[in-house]
Ligand binder design. Structure first.
Ligand code: C5P
Length: 293
């Protein structure tokens, strides 16, 4: 199954950090949401070697690249190995808390398993969580609850499609350092709108999920530029602004029309603004279908 595949990004509509774990990670309760913003991953089964090229945007192209590690892990767990050539077109801002690298890894696992059919769903999930805490979500997509390190994922019914603005200031935030700076842990229940959703209820749109992000106070206080961008988005009329994951990307909802140009004019130089939308599960799963089929 050769071809080019969409590898969608995510935002966290809600993120609670409820405790520290013995393995050094943090125990989370999060609401993941797939969005239309995506990288393109070209995968060709050919020859006898695993190779990766980044043909657009920036990402590591060495053995540490998660897409390459995903291919290597797939053939280690389900031999024999095949040669795979991977090409990445990176369009999701890196280091933004949008899960770009994790999504690429899940796309590779999904595409290889569609081709070779060697893994069980549980086996594929186990491989995904070995690669990173966010990778299992990308095997599920759409709207989903994440528990544990974020890697225990429970799919929820789709939320009606909602326009969302993804704003990435020119700063990078280390996930490990952001978690290390967190002092206040909140073992509170999930917000009622999320509990209702999990019980089969509905919400009008993604903006109506009254989530929050526990990392926001830490990261906005630590990186002043992010705090400025956050305020500027409210000044521009956003009805809600939230940090995605541990940042540096923020996402915003607007009740009125706005434009990339208008927002960029209000934000620091080098800030990337993308107009996107939330995706339902079926559309997010199209990352397993070649764009060329
Ligand atoms: O899983 P991933 O490699 O993306 O995580 C990066 C780092 O973020 C981890 O090494 C850990 O320090 C921190 N982290 C955490 N709790 C989580 C997820 C990540 O402390 N649930």
């Amino acid at each position: 199954m050769n071809g080019e595949f969409r590898s969608y990004a995510k935002i966290n509509l809600h993120l609670q950090v409820i405790g520290r774990r013995a393995d050094g990670y943090h125990e989370l309760r999060t609401l993941f949401q797939s969005i239309a913003l995506h990288d393109l991953v070209r995968i060709e089964v050919t020859g006898s070697e695993l190779s990766l090229r980044v043909v657009e945007g920036r990402a590591p192209s060495g053995p540490e690249n998660l897409a390459l590690r995903a291919a290597r892990l797939y053939f280690e767990r389900w031999p024999p190995a095949a040669g795979v050539r991977i090409e990445l077109r990176k369009r999701v801002p890196a280091g933004g808390g949008l899960g770009g690298g994790s999504s690429n890894a899940a796309t590779v696992l999904r595409v290889l398993d569609t081709r070779f059919r060697r893994a069980s769903p549980a086996g594929l999930w186990a491989a995904a969580r070995t690669l990173g805490a966010d990778v299992p979500f990308f095997l599920v997509g759409g709207t989903a609850l994440g528990f544990g390190r974020g890697d225990e994922v429970i799919p929820l019914p789709d939320i009606p499609e909602t326009e969302v603005w993804v704003v990435t200031p020119p700063v990078s935030v280390s996930t490990a350092e952001a978690f290390a700076r967190l002092r206040d842990l909140t073992p509170n229940p999930l917000p009622s709108s999320i509990i209702e959703l999990a019980q089969g209820g509905s919400v009008k749109n993604a903006a109506a999920v009254r989530g929050h992000n526990d990392m926001e106070a830490v990261v906005l206080g630590w990186v002043p530029l992010l705090g400025e961008v956050y305020e500027s988005l409210f000044d521009a009329g956003a009805s809600a602004v939230r940090l995605s994951g541990t940042g540096a990307s923020l996402f915003a909802f607007f009740d009125h029309t706005t434009s990339v140009r208008d927002l960029e004019a209000r934000l620091p130089d080098g800030t990337i603004v993308a107009r996107s939308r939330t995706l339902g599960r079926v559309e997010s799963a199209s990352c397993g279908r070649s764009l060329e089929d």
